[in-house]
Design a binder for this molecule. Structure first.
Ligand code: ZN
Length: 351
């Protein structure tokens, strides 16, 4: 259930090299449009229940980690390699995504008509993209907070879409946290990963996902809350992108003639975090291929022919295979083998 199709030229195979070439546009027009939307419709109509597909013996896995993200694609960009690594190690990996990403830009011209200001059907497309990405990472337990389409993408900060009553930004915090508590008490993860209080870079849905996740961590462990057995999450992490790492990317891209970040210095980027906040680095370089396949699956959102994908081998592997965290609940246990004295396993110290 977690293996990729064997035929490298199978259109359903996100590792198909052709998908990274110019053929991708034509193929998307043919396949994503019909088959993909049909699949997404099946999920949306309840014919396929992603929660049911998830392993029923999840509690048998001794190590369980829950990722809480705002939109389909955030999980892959921020944690894709980590997710693939822990799946490969036999951990139970759960993803909760809070919105369908309906307000996202569409980078595939053939699918531009799905955008919020046109047909407003991008959410269905992104449900399928997420399912394909999770297949690439081997994650079988992925859910939407409160069910598919319960909360709508709020769009970038300051836009009118922030005010829509169905937007995640307008969600009642305790109600949304309660929906996450149900997942936490069912899955019983020792580790939860989400954004920092700024939502990484300030998107309202990322900020809200942070608030909901942190509130749910508290409520899930409170035996006075709800009827299910309480569950204390041992360790909570926030995703971080350290400034020094971003600066290396800027310079490497510049050497290749690309001004991808459009700045000279990482200091100008809102998501560059002080290096000293990093407690933990997960080295999942051996899972970069799975992460890249998952990124390609998010075809409407991530331009796979962009300069970032062309980063020369070593920097590219490091860029995609090392993921950084700040431990904010529980204790980060430094790995004596890490040159910077950081923790290297999200489960370190978990008994
Ligand atoms: Zn996002």
């Amino acid at each position: 259930m977690t293996t990729l199709p064997e035929d490298p030229h199978d259109p359903a195979n996100p590792t198909d090299p052709a998908r990274a070439s110019g053929e991708v546009g034509e193929r998307l027009a043919d396949t994503l449009e019909s088959a993909v939307l049909a699949d997404a419709a099946k999920i949306l109509d309840g014919a396929v229940d992603p929660e049911e597909i998830a392993s029923m013996d999840q509690l048998d896995a001794p190590r369980r980690v829950l990722f809480v993200h705002a939109h389909p694609d955030d999980e892959t960009i921020g944690n894709g390699a980590t997710m693939a690594r822990y799946v490969a190690k036999g951990a139970h990996v759960t993803l909760v995504t809070c919105t369908l990403g309906e307000e996202g830009e569409v980078l595939v011209p053939e699918l531009a008509h799905l955008a919020a200001d046109q047909e407003d059907s991008l959410g269905r497309q992104r449900v399928h993209e997420l399912a394909t990405a999770m297949e690439a990472l081997g994650v079988t337990d992925h859910r939407f907070l409160g069910g598919v389409g319960r909360y709508r993408d709020s769009g970038m900060m300051g836009l009118a879409s922030n005010e829509r009553p169905d937007s995640f930004w307008q969600a009642d915090l305790d109600q949304a946290a309660g929906q996450l508590v149900a997942v936490i008490r069912e899955v019983r993860p020792q580790v939860l990963v989400t954004y920092d209080e700024k939502g990484g870079y300030g998107h309202p849905d990322h900020i809200q996902a942070h608030r909901v996740a942190m509130r749910a961590v508290d409520l899930a462990g409170d035996d006075a809350y709800g009827e299910d057995e309480p569950w204390q999450i041992a360790k909570v992490y926030w995703n971080l992108l350290p400034r020094s790492v971003i600066q290396r990317w800027i310079e490497a891209l510049r050497e290749q003639g690309s001004n991808f970040f459009e700045v000279e210095s990482a200091d100008e980027l809102p998501f560059a975090a002080p290096d000293e906040l990093v407690t933990t680095v997960v080295d999942a370089v051996t899972h970069v291929e799975a992460k890249l396949a998952a990124m390609r699956a998010h075809a409407t959102q991530i331009a796979v022919d962009g300069p970032f994908f062309a980063l020369s081998n070593n920097i590219g592997l490091q860029a995609w295979g090392l993921e950084y965290y700040r431990c904010v609940k529980g204790e980060a246990i430094p790995d004596p083998e890490d040159p910077d004295g950081r923790e290297t396993d999200l489960f370190a110290g978990v008994v």
